[in-house]
Ligand binder design. Structure first.
Ligand code: 9UX
Length: 72
């Protein structure tokens, strides 16, 4: 079972922000893949919905110091 979440992320100003968010997410149990793009301010996260959900994923990004919201 695979969940996918697309995020609009604001507050990223350098590539270290990107790596910080990707690392934070991929180190979290239930998150299988996280790809963040600085130029577009987007992130895509693949996760196991039986372990973690979109609200928790968004909170991780926000706790890292950024604003995130789900986008279609
Ligand atoms: Mo770059 Mo991002 O110096 O929080 S790491 S701005």
């Amino acid at each position: 079972q695979e969940g996918q979440l697309d995020l609009a992320i604001t507050g990223m100003t350098c590539s270290s922000c990107v790596h910080l968010i990707e690392r934070t997410l991929t180190q979290t149990p239930g998150i299988e893949r996280a790809v963040v793009t600085l130029a577009t301010g987007r992130g895509r996260v693949d996760f196991d919905p039986s372990v973690i959900g979109p609200r928790d994923i968004i909170k991780l990004v926000e706790d890292a110091g950024f604003e995130a919201k789900s986008v279609a």
